[in-house]
Ligand binder design. Structure first.
Ligand SMILES: Cc1ncc(COP(=O)(O)O)c(C=O)c1O
Length: 316
């Protein structure tokens, strides 16, 4: 029969399940993958934590007593593919996590996807820093067997995260987080948000930093190019010569509050083995591009970075 309206439920829907936070959904994923296996999870060696928030990425690993190892990241936060290939092929891992730091789709995600498929390793994409970046028409979170996202990191809600199942053959069941469902206020805000607008603002803001960037001795953008269709979380910079902390406090004194992701790495990441991660952690500063940031704010931030660095360099 040709019906007058659509009747078939779940026909063109994604397998997306909401919770209060991304970490809760990651914990659900881990609980279900790590049953009857002595294999480990492979994580990037750049994961932070704070006293106030713990570690959004690593707390679920700790809580579920999941055995883990790390892979090296390079100075631009991409994975060291050669090392990754060896580790993935070792047979020691049941799953690996790729983090799309600051909304940038990391590495050759398509190559990593095929590596994982070839070696029967479950690919989990951590998309907590962006839900709309895309590459060659594919949206972030669509290459992994599973992906998880954080709502409250992108829009001004008190909570919110979700996970997505792309490959139904992985043994992670659909889950309605009854006791840990995101608040209805968050859900409404999530639905109401004009993402075309906020994505445009974030991209414009990022480009304004780049366009107005004048040589500042001792400071360089981590990514001096914004690839098409990347929606950034913030504008990461590298502050050289051990001046990051000092610059941070100078900016705070001038009414500008940047963040530093991640100024403290989890203790599980070995300082000697992963020295590149520690170097990055001690020099990174992340400037705002979020939708409340006006273009004039960026000019002010750049002015104060320049001025602060002049003072710091003069005192050095
Ligand atoms: C890369 C990354 N993944 C996951 C999370 C966890 O997100 P949520 O706070 O929604 O649990 C965070 C935030 O802490 C994060 O930075």
């Amino acid at each position: 029969m040709i019906t007058k309206e659509a009747k078939i439920k779940n026909k063109h829907t994604k397998k997306i399940y909401f919770a209060k936070s991304a970490r809760m959904t990651f914990s659900h994923i881990l609980k279900n993958i790590f049953i009857d296996t002595d294999k480990k999870i492979l994580m990037p060696a750049y994961i932070g934590e704070t006293d106030a928030e713990g570690s959004g990425v690593f707390d679920p690993v700790r809580e579920n007593c999941v055995p883990y190892d790390f892979y090296q990241i390079k100075k631009d936060l991409s994975a060291d593919l050669e090392e990754l290939k060896t580790k993935i092929a070792s047979g020691n891992f049941i799953a690996m996590v790729i983090i799309h730091y600051f909304g940038f789709i990391q590495n050759d995600i398509i190559e990593i996807q095929s590596l994982c498929r070839k070696n029967n390793v479950i690919l989990i994409e951590d998309c907590a820093h962006s839900f709309h970046s895309s590459l060659k028409g594919e949206t972030i979170g669509s290459w992994g067997d599973l992906a998880f996202f954080s709502i409250h990191k992108i829009i001004a809600t008190p909570d919110g995260g979700y996970f997505q199942i792309n490959n139904q053959s992985v043994r992670v069941p659909e889950m309605i987080f009854m006791d840990n469902y995101l608040s209805s206020a968050t859900f409404e805000e999530y639905i109401r948000t004009d993402y075309d607008m906020i994505n445009r603002i974030r991209i414009q803001n990022y480009k304004r930093y780049l366009d107005n960037w004048k040589e500042i001795p001792g400071v360089i953008p981590l990514y001096s190019n914004l690839p098409d269709c990347i929606v950034p979380l913030n504008f990461p910079i590298i502050v050289q010569n051990g001046l990051r902390e000092k610059l941070y406090f100078k900016l705070v004194d001038r009414g500008i509050v940047p963040i530093s992701s991640y100024y403290r790495l989890i203790d599980e990441i070995d300082r000697e083995l992963y020295s590149v991660s520690y170097e990055l952690s001690s020099s990174i500063l992340n400037l705002p591009v979020h939708q409340d940031t006006q273009s004039e704010d960026i000019d002010i931030i750049l002015f104060h970075i320049k001025k602060s660095m002049q003072e710091l360099n003069n005192n050095a």
